[in-house]
Write a protein that binds this ligand. Structure first.
Ligand code: CTP
Length: 499
């Protein structure tokens, strides 16, 4: 257990770091003992009375600090209690605290014991400009500011990184340390940002815990799909990026622009509770990536699609318990774990693989299929040979989405979702595409060169259905996948209930 002396020292160190005061001057100013900090650093103990006087001094000094420093005056509606879990991604919390405070959001931190292995309370305290709470049974803390008060004084509790262990504790209602006590005692909204190895995220116990927490009304942001700290590991499990965390936090604090649907609003829609309904026993088919249309044995026509959005959708459907077939054109990203991946080259190969994979309950056509292929592909490499440049004659490729959407009832997937990559009149063209191709939904995005969407990590989409359009803010492709798959799972459940 951390002693009062150690706890006080970490608060003083944070104060020294933020105020630029020297240890000697601090001692004299606070308790008329120029050796106080030096002695504490050597492990000396301190009476509660002295600790009180020192804290009172820090409090008064902070309240005199120039604008932009502390946000003690921040209205109660903009206070976050950040619970930092013990994961390698904990370092991102330092930047998160900074970004939140830039926006006038006060941050107070609780660190688990394991979190202190990754970041120090000193750094966290210096950035949050507040005490950092670590121990449940610190007499001093419990007397002055117990776990109930920690929760009461916050408007939102954020758990980041939320480890598999923290999620399990939350789902099971454990309360054996300060973090889990606060989480069990709170009546405030809770946002968790999971971060763990993909195998841990996909582990059945973690899946159960996540489903339970979602059913309990806990909000989630991330995890993202990507490379892990461990070499060669990739998949869902990366902590959401700081801008995504900030966006989710601001959404829950109610400060977002009114015409942008916030995660909260979508989640609140009864038919669209994220991940609230499982895809266990369902088959989800996803096309992804570009296609390569051969010119001759060494050359081909391609496009800039990275396959990230389709892979994220496949991973998310798997995470909700579906059997997933991902038919992917050539990409450089790893196959999502747990998903059956069929690698293809051309549009015609992709159509055949999709046909072979039917029947499916949901089909998502995220591939950027080449519209044309070269007529009469050369069987040998075309040589320059001093002749004029060859003329390539193009013929139209089969439209995979349109073909599958037109399948007979029973073979047509009950929910067919296409994408629309547009550079102008996005909503109008997307709705035309939805009708022309017979899709139930179109996920429309603007792929103009300036957007960075083609090949990038983020996406800004509109869900176009026969009932209307729902526009989402710019999100990481993983978050788009999470929302889309959850909406699709809810829609599938509605379809099943109606038949
Ligand atoms: N699609 C498909 N097969 C094709 C072309 C497109 O399955 N041969 C699917 C895509 O996977 C996407 C949707 O159709 O889900 C729309 O793709 P997009 O490239 O936006 O539209 P196109 O049909 O190619 O029309 P255009 O290029 O004229 O916008």
């Amino acid at each position: 257990m951390i002693s009062t002396g150690q706890a006080l020292l970490s608060e003083i160190e944070a104060f020294l770091a933020e105020s630029g005061v020297t240890a000697t001057k601090f001692g004299l100013a606070a308790v008329n003992d120029g050796h106080l900090v030096g002695n504490l650093r050597k492990g000396a103990s301190v009476t509660l009375k002295t600790a009180d006087r020192v804290r009172g001094y820090i409090e008064r000094a902070r309240s005199r600090a120039p604008a932009g420093a502390v946000s003690r005056e921040t209205p109660a509606t903009r206070r976050v209690l950040l619970i930092i879990g013990g994961g390698i991604a904990a370092y991102k919390c330092l930047d998160l605290i900074r970004r939140l405070r830039e926006r006038g959001i006060a941050v107070r931190a609780v660190m688990t014991r394991a979190a202190k292995e990754f970041v120090t309370p000193l750094s966290v305290g210096a950035l949050s400009n507040d005490r950092v709470f670590t121990e449940l049974f610190d007499l001093d803390d419990e007397r002055e500011i117990g776990h109930i008060r920690l929760s009461r004084e916050a408007s939102l509790i954020v758990v980041a990184p939320a480890t598999a262990d923290l999620l399990a504790k939350m789902a099971g209602g454990h309360a054996d340390d300060l973090a889990s006590c606060v989480l069990t005692a709170t009546d405030k909204p809770v946002l968790v940002a999971p971060a763990m190895n993909p195998r841990m995220w996909l582990n059945p116990a973690t899946r159960r815990n996540v489903a339970q927490l979602q059913a309990d009304g806990i909000h989630f942001v991330g995890p993202n799909v990507g490379e892990m700290a461990e070499r060669g590991e990739a998949g869902p499990g990366r902590l959401a990026e700081v801008p995504e965390l900030v966006e989710a936090i601001e959404g829950l604090l109610g400060s977002r622009s009114v015409n942008v649907p916030s995660p909260r609003r979508i989640e609140d829609a009864p038919s669209a509770r994220w991940g609230g309904r499982s895809l266990a026993g369902r088959h989800v088919l996803v096309t992804s990536g570009p296609t390569h249309e051969p010119i001759d044995p060494v050359r081909y026509i391609a496009n800039r699609s990275s396959g990230k959005q389709g892979a994220a959708i496949a991973a998310e459907a798997h995470a909700l318990g579906a059997r997933v077939t991902l038919v992917s054109g050539p990409t450089s990203i790893p196959d999502p774990p747990g998903v059956t991946v069929v690698h293809v080259e051309s549009a015609r190969d992709m159509l055949q693989a999709v046909r072979d994979a039917l029947p499916a309950d949901i089909a998502v056509f995220a591939a950027a299929v080449a519209d044309w292929r070269v007529a009469g592909q050369a069987t040998e490499k075309i040589k320059k040979g001093g002749k004029a440049a060859p003329r390539l004659e193009l013929v139209e490729n089969p439209d995979i989405l349109k073909t599958i959407a037109a399948e007979r009832p029973g073979r047509r997937p009950p929910l067919v979702i296409g994408f629309a990559a547009e550079t102008q009149n996005v909503l109008e063209y997307a709705d035309r595409k939805r009708k022309a191709k017979g899709a139930d939904w179109i996920v429309a995005n603007d792929v103009s060169p300036g957007t960075g969407i083609m090949g990038g990590d983020r996406n800004s989409v509109h869900i176009v259905t026969a009932q209307g359009v729902e526009s989402w803010p710019e999100l990481d492709k993983t978050e788009v996948a999470r929302r889309l798959v959850a909406l699709a799972a809810a829609r599938l459940a509605d379809i099943a209930a109606a038949t």
